[in-house]
Ligand binder design. Structure first.
Ligand code: PRX
Length: 604
């Protein structure tokens, strides 16, 4: 399979860049190919716009063209929570499933531009409904399966979908997750502000649909046509909304366009992984996060490869689960997150043998800093010292990978080397006063120009989008990360400069936790601080000043779990009489951080 960068020289001037971006678009099938490329503007009134005269359909690019060329090839392998649960879909099968789902959506009244919430675990149906939305031009809003009803309510009220797709229950490891109950509780909390219908898949037949607005997918799918034309979608129309935490209290709905995102998902995958036609690609990310969108579902299918969706956990039923899956499916490229590597590397039971992982040729990591010990273990044990390790940096907002070592010479890479910026991206490091750091140094990681995968907005909050990303340093996109530039011009990521805490790769903002606690009048003030954690990377230390004597630790923790999700559960909670303040009256977070580090003998 050809690699776009091998076909074209790297872009230099403006005209060159235009040709380069147009060249990347040619790897997709367009209903109307674009003549325009980057029409974005940075600055206080920033707007992001790519390929704005192009028309395409994402599902046609992921399925129809491959089904026509190699319909029998396996497109997707769904691996269930329990051993032995494997479902294979050829490109032809997946296309038929997506057509059926798209027709059911249409039958339920979903039209182009409508939002459809998908609250499912990482199972084939999640990808099927995402692609079904894309086929008819509806906007999918995938909601992570670990969210609580409070978190779901906020997202539903913000995105205002007409339909929510879920299932009764699912197993994650040994735990049963009550998807339908959580969804119903969230809808109940919305108090009928807007009726949202539920489409239920995998019904166990026990659910009573008479009293509620539940429709059974299995019933509807019996009576839909076997064809469904692909909607003609403008490149700038939204493909999806995905919620993520930022500096403001509540999570924001990041909006991705259809054309620019598709080009970037395709190109970033090609540049980073240099795929070959018979690759079996496994990204362990949940479909509810951006890696699940870009690299579990879209990019491998855009390339006509085989992708693996795994519903379960690396440690269930044993610590060998991942290695068994790799061995039995013959996975060639494995993309995962540091948290899981830290967990598996620390248990003898988690070490794969050379035999287990011999099919692998490339390893990737994303979501958090990949510490040297995990890098070495990944390379040595999982990659049997023969597979390059690609640490990749990117964000929900960037749509796809932005920094990684080049795959071709990454055997020379090491965990301390840093990540190489590709020539088509204009990274900058800024001092606090906004001046650019030339050469080596540490600063706020920014970009000076747009790229096709850049998010086009925050759903319903145009001004917030500009304020959060473009107004701190006019002329730049602010990533929110701090980085160090090495003498070779590579970047080492040093963590967030805002109040976003990265817990096992899940973004949670301090403000989000604090706001959820202050919503009740039994807490006078509180501060959630991110501190290092051996396995999770970071965790939350919470300081609470109660306003009522009967406030309990349990009620504080329960509230966070109910409003956000158990991944945001604090590891340290301290009740105090007051919080230290700066001279301007703000909570002195650095003092609290020092205090907790000192108490627990932590180093950073
Ligand atoms: O702080 C960076 C960290 O994760 C943030 C983005 O989180 P999210 O939008 O949830 O997307 C995660 C998956 C793309 C970044 O701002 N991050 C991501 N990758 C790395 C990383 N930190 C260090 N090294 C990485 N490779």
């Amino acid at each position: 399979m050809s690699h776009p960068d091998n076909d074209q020289p790297p872009p230099k001037g403006h005209a060159d860049k235009h040709d380069y971006w147009l060249g990347l678009a040619q790897y997709l099938e367009w209903i109307k190919p674009p003549q325009e490329t980057d029409q974005s503007r940075f600055g206080t009134e920033a707007t992001i716009s790519w390929y704005n005269d192009g028309i395409l359909n994402m599902a046609a690019n992921c399925l129809d063209r491959h089904a026509a060329q190699h319909g029998d090839k396996t497109a997707l392998i769904g691996v269930g929570n329990d051993e032995g649960q494997i479902r294979n879909f050829s490109y032809q099968d997946l296309l038929a499933e997506v057509i059926c789902a798209a027709n059911v959506l249409k039958k339920m009244g979903i039209r182009k531009g409508d939002r459809v919430a998908i609250f499912l675990p990482t199972i084939p149906e999640a990808a099927i409904f995402m692609l079904a939305c894309a086929r008819i031009g509806a906007v999918h809003v995938v909601l992570f399966g670990g969210l609580s009803s409070g978190a779901l309510e906020h997202r539903l009220s913000d995105a205002n979908p007409s339909l929510l797709i879920t299932l009764p229950k699912a197993q994650r490891g040994p735990k049963t997750l009550d998807f339908l109950s959580i969804a119903q509780e969230a809808l109940g909390r919305l108090q009928g502000k807007r009726p949202i219908a539920i489409l239920l898949i995998h019904s166990d037949g026990k659910t009573d649909c008479t009293a509620t607005n539940i429709t059974f997918y299995e019933t509807l799918r019996q009576s839909v046509p076997t064809s469904c034309p692909c909607a003609a979608v403008s490149a700038t129309d939204p493909l999806f909304i995905l919620y993520t935490s930022g500096t403001t209290g509540t999570p924001k709905g990041i909006v991705h366009s259809t054309g620019g995102y598709a080009v970037w998902a395709h190109h970033s995958f090609a540049r980073t992984f240099v795929p070959e036609a018979d690759d079996i690609f496994w990204s362990t990310a949940d479909v509810g996060w951006i890696t699940g969108h870009s690299y579990t579902v879209y990019a491998p299918l855009l390339h006509g490869l085989t992708t693996v969706l795994f519903e379960g956990m690396p440690t269930y039923p044993t610590y060998r689960r991942w290695w068994d899956i790799i061995a039995s499916l013959g996975v060639t490229i494995f993309y995962t997150a540091p948290t899981a590597l830290r967990l598996l590397s620390r248990s003898h039971h988690g070490h794969p043998s050379k035999q287990d992982t011999k099919s692998l040729r490339l390893l990737g990591s994303v979501g958090e800093p990949l510490d040297a010990a995990s890098w070495n273990w990944f390379h040595h044990y999982v990659g049997h010292s023969a597979c390059p390790v690609l640490d990749t940096w990117w964000q929900t907002e960037t749509g796809g990978i932005m920094l990684s070592p080049p795959a071709e010479n990454s055997m020379e890479n090491d965990p301390h080397m840093g990540l190489q910026p590709p020539t088509e991206l204009e990274f900058a490091l800024l001092e606090e006063n906004g001046s650019e750091i030339k050469g080596t140094g540490i600063g706020a990681l920014c970009l000076k120009a747009s790229w096709p995968g850049q998010a086009i907005g925050i759903w319903g909050h145009e001004d917030l989008f500009r304020q959060l990303y473009f107004r701190t340093y006019p002329g730049y996109y602010l990533t929110g990360d701090e980085a160090e530039r090495t003498p070779k011009g590579y970047y080492r990521l040093l963590g967030r400069i805002d109040d976003v805490v990265n817990i096992s790769g899940h973004r949670v903002s301090s403000a989000e936790i604090e706001e959820c606690l202050l919503a009740n009048d039994d807490i006078r003030e509180c501060a959630a601080i991110g501190v290092p954690h051996e396995l999770k990377g970071q965790c939350i230390a919470l300081f609470v000043v109660p306003d009522r004597e009967d406030l309990t630790l349990e009620s504080v923790i329960t509230r966070i779990i109910r409003e956000i999700g158990s991944y945001a559960r604090p590891d340290f909670v301290e009740f105090c009489h007051n919080l230290p303040k700066t001279s301007s009256g703000k909570i002195a977070r650095s003092i609290l951080k020092q205090q907790i580090l000192h108490q627990n003998n932590m180093t950073k």
